[in-house]
Design a protein around this ligand. Structure first.
Ligand SMILES: Cc1cc2nc3c(=O)[nH]c(=O)nc-3n(C[C@H](O)[C@H](O)[C@H](O)COP(=O)(O)OP(=O)(O)OC[C@H]3O[C@@H](n4cnc5c(N)ncnc54)[C@H](O)[C@@H]3O)c2cc1C
Length: 396
């Protein structure tokens, strides 16, 4: 290796987005001594940097729902939990609208949340219009699920909070530093080789998101993860809705941003993308067709958006699995490689639960809080399908 140095750690976290930074935080919090986090860009500068970061509890899959509840409670206490100088969580309330066959699932989720003592309710659409936002069109909606304490996070700042805690507690963080390959012997990963050094560790945690397979290929591992592009439109308008919104009928979601800004995303990402070209960014010239269709759809629900001014359009890439649920598991071949990837476009909000879970797997061989069998890496070839109930997979 020429003059490259070799250092040893208890654990190395590969990739420091919302997932890796939360794992690093939880490792330190649970007493791991010598841990290293590495990122090829900078912490929070991958797909996390473009995340809408909506935090909601509405999940039809009961385990993902439990992880959402745990994480939401964490986001609300973020400052206490991390000692970070700022709050990162904004309470706005989030509504979920549906009709027809979706109605019973929407109601089921709310019933389940309420049975846990969580403030959530089913609101008849006319009442929602009257009490929450008179400018909404509810003609096609049968039901609104309302979560008054849900909202969104500042995604980048959340990562910085996790990292700061970890570094203060003794973790090392290196960036920009690119992992080039892993090296294994038998069933054990021995080390990683980056463009700047070589690191040995007892455990290696894969939180590389869409970039996972590029790195894992070097040890002959490929996970069933497909990239998909999501475009998000930012608009400015008078009196934007003050709440987040998920629309099962019209296939879009939205949330307030600062001031007069509101953002609008789609529930169906574009799967026609090259795995080698997944750098997130902002359009200098937004694709007009997508911009128009986003605005048209949202204006059916919120007619005053028809005269909103588009401000900017960004894009990022989801790491999508066949059932739109994450892979959280020890690699079937390498006993000290743990995957937390395939978050399928809904993984920001779950970062606190993910971090807790992965560190439990290292400490105890399994998660103590959540039953994770359905998220194992081998499930796809075993015929297990952990999909949610709605036709839009990214809702989980
Ligand atoms: C536009 C958009 C909107 C979204 N909206 C929401 C939402 O409203 N709510 C929600 O819950 N989720 C949302 N998501 C999903 C959520 O943001 C992601 O699931 C989550 O942030 C992914 O985090 P990550 O840490 O797994 O991946 P990333 O943030 O991509 O982190 C992976 C890291 O690995 C690093 N890396 C890659 N290759 C290497 C290498 N060779 N060596 C070293 N480092 C490397 C990268 O630099 C990167 O920082 C959205 C995603 C997008 C793109």
């Amino acid at each position: 290796m020429g003059n490259m140095f070799l250092m040893s750690y208890d654990a190395v976290v590969m990739g420091l987005g919302s997932s890796g930074s939360s794992v690093l935080y939880h490792l330190v919090r649970k007493g791991f001594g010598k841990v290293l986090g590495i990122d090829a860009r900078c912490p929070g500068c991958g797909q996390t940097s473009r995340s809408s970061a909506i935090v909601r509890l509405h999940y039809t899959n009961p385990v993902t729902r439990d992880m959402a509840i745990y994480s939401w409670r964490f986001w609300m206490r973020f400052r206490e939990e991390t000692g970070y100088e700022r709050e990162v969580y904004h309470v706005t309330g989030v509504g979920f609208a549906g009709s027809g066959g979706d109605t019973k699932y929407v109601e089921e989720v709310v019933r389940s949340l309420r049975s846990r003592g969580i403030d959530a309710e089913i609101i008849p659409p006319d009442k929602f219009k009257l009490e929450y936002f008179p400018e909404i069109n509810v003609d096609d909606i049968d039901v609104v699920a309302w979560e008054p304490l849900s909202g969104y996070c500042d995604a980048y700042d959340s990562v910085q909070g996790f990292i700061k805690y970890a570094v203060t507690g003794g973790a090392e963080v290196r960036y920009p530093e690119e992992i080039i390959r892993l090296e294994a012997e038998g069933d054990t990963i021995l080390k990683i080789v980056t463009n700047k050094g070589v690191y040995k560790a007892d455990y290696f945690i894969n939180t590389l998101g869409v970039w996972t397979n590029k790195v894992l290929r070097t040890i002959g591992v490929t996970l069933p993860i497909q990239p998909a592009r999501e475009d998000v439109l930012y608009i400015s308008m008078d009196n934007p809705p003050g709440f987040g919104w998920g629309d099962l009928n019209l296939g879009f979601y939205g949330r307030p941003d600062t001031g007069s800004r509101y953002l609008i995303g789609g529930l169906e990402p574009d799967y026609k993308v090259e795995a080698s070209n997944v750098e997130p960014g902002e359009y200098s010239t937004p694709p007009l067709e997508i911009l128009r269709s986003r605005l048209e759809r949202a204006s059916i629900r919120f007619p005053s958006m028809a005269s909103a001014a588009p401000i900017s359009m960004i894009y990022g890439y989801y790491d999508v699995t066949p059932d739109h649920q994450p892979i959280i598991s020890i690699d079937p071949r390498y006993k000290n490689l743990i995957h937390l990837v395939g978050l399928s476009g809904h993984g920001f909000k779950l970062a606190p639960a993910f971090g807790d879970t992965v560190t439990d797997i290292i400490l105890y061989g399994e998660s103590r809080r959540f039953p994770l069998e359905q998220f194992r890496a081998t499930r796809f070839r075993e015929g297990v399908d952990a999909s949610g109930r709605y036709k839009y997979g990214i809702l989980g």
